[in-house]
Structures are given as C-alpha cells and as structure tokens.
Design a protein around this ligand. Structure first.
Ligand code: DC
Length: 205
C-alpha cells in the first residue's frame, strides 16, 4: 500500500535528519530530493549545461563526494529555478513517492508539486540564524574552512531564491503541519514528526 510522507522546508531546518529517522522508524524508503538538484548543480560547476545534466542524471551521480559543499548548494539552488530542469526530475520523484510500502521524500516542493496527495505533510522550518549556526557547525565539523557571516548570508540568499522562484517555489502546502525547530532539540522534533505520522496512519489504515 502507498503511504507518502512529504517533508519540505528551508536549508538546515532539520528535515534531512527528521526524514531519515522517520523512514527508519516506519520502515519506509527515503529520498533526499535536494541531492538531485545538487548533482545537477555540481555538473554545471564542472562545465555542463543544466538541462542536459538533468536529463542524463544517473543514480551514481547522487553518490558523488562533493555534493554537500556550500558551492554545490548554491549551484543547486540556481539550477532549481529552471522550469525545464525541474520537469526533467519530476517523473523519478513521483514514482518514488508512489512506491508501495511507504516513502519519505524531503525537499522544497514535495507536498505541493511532487506528491500533492501525500498522506502526511510536514513543513520543517527554523529561524535563519539558528539554521545558519547549525550549518556552520556541520561544515566546520567536517573540517571545511567557513565563517559564520558567510554561512548566514548563503542561507538567506538560498532561502530567497528557493522561495521567490516562479516554478514550484518553497512554500508550505495548505494541509501541511508546520514544525518550527528553532527552539527544539532534534529528538523532540523527530518525536513530534512520528506522532503526527502515526495519527495520519491511523486515519488511512
Ligand atoms: O535540500 P538541499 O539543501 O540539499 O537542496 C539544495 C537545493 O536544491 C535547494 O536550495 C533548492 C533545490 N531543491 C529544490 O528546488 N526542490 C527540492 N525538492 C529540493 C531541493
């Protein structure tokens, strides 16, 4: 049986961690859709043309090592503005969402465009300052040479680009539950997500 969990929200709000934990808890498969855009973005940084890169994406591209860098994040956000790039990636995401046995997808437009009929929808957010601090700790923890002001400026620029684009902008679906993690531990946020999905599962069972 199909059961789709759509988890959207801005960068570093905690949606990746929450999605992985939810998928593990319920035994669902998980797709980090940002990786698709990051893989296309990384190819453009290497000189490829965005639409060709999106059309020729192969699963191995999602395993490339450099996908988590700030440069690739910005490149991902830039190619994500292009409507044709987005449409090239839609079919794969939609079929993943429909998989039987349950699927969690996290991104920006899952609850609105990829899986508007998802059984459970969460919009995970936090203040830009809190998200920037989390991203700073994550990147510096990996040994990357970053500073707080630049990380905050990057977060704000990416939010604006993702939110203000014409095609599939980042927005909470009308029927999504908003989870603001600014003052929440990740454990509390995961527990809240699981409780909400449990409730939805009860209704669809
Ligand atoms: O989730 P992330 O930070 O890895 O996403 C990187 C970029 O990809 C993000 O800034 C915008 C784009 N993206 C998107 O437009 N739609 C999605 N469903 C997922 C990501």
């Amino acid at each position: 049986m199909k059961f789709t969990v759509a988890i959207d929200g801005p960068a570093a709000a905690g949606k990746g961690t929450i999605s992985k934990a939810v998928a593990k808890h319920f035994g669902f498969v998980h797709l980090d859709t940002g990786l698709l855009y990051r893989a296309v973005g990384a190819k453009t940084l290497a000189g490829a043309e965005p639409l060709g890169a999106a059309h020729h994406l192969v699963p191995e591209d999602l395993l490339a090592e450099n996908l988590r860098t700030p440069e690739v994040a910005q490149a991902a956000s830039r190619v994500a503005v292009i409507a044709e790039v987005r449409s090239a990636l839609v079919a794969f995401q939609k079929s993943f969402a429909e998989r039987s046995g349950g699927a969690v997808l996290d991104g920006r437009d899952i609850g609105t465009v990829i899986a508007p009929d998802a059984e459970a929808k969460l919009f995970v957010t936090a203040s830009a300052e809190v998200r920037a601090e989390r991203r700073y700790l994550e990147l510096s923890g990996k040994g990357m040479d970053v500073d707080r002001d630049t990380v905050l400026a990057d977060v704000i620029a990416r939010d604006a680009r993702d939110r203000d684009r014409d095609t599939a902008p980042m927005v909470a679906a009308d029927d999504a539950v908003v989870l603001d993690t600014s003052e929440m531990s990740i454990e509390t946020a995961i527990a809240a997500a699981i409780a909400y999905i449990d409730e939805k599962r009860g209704k669809t069972a």
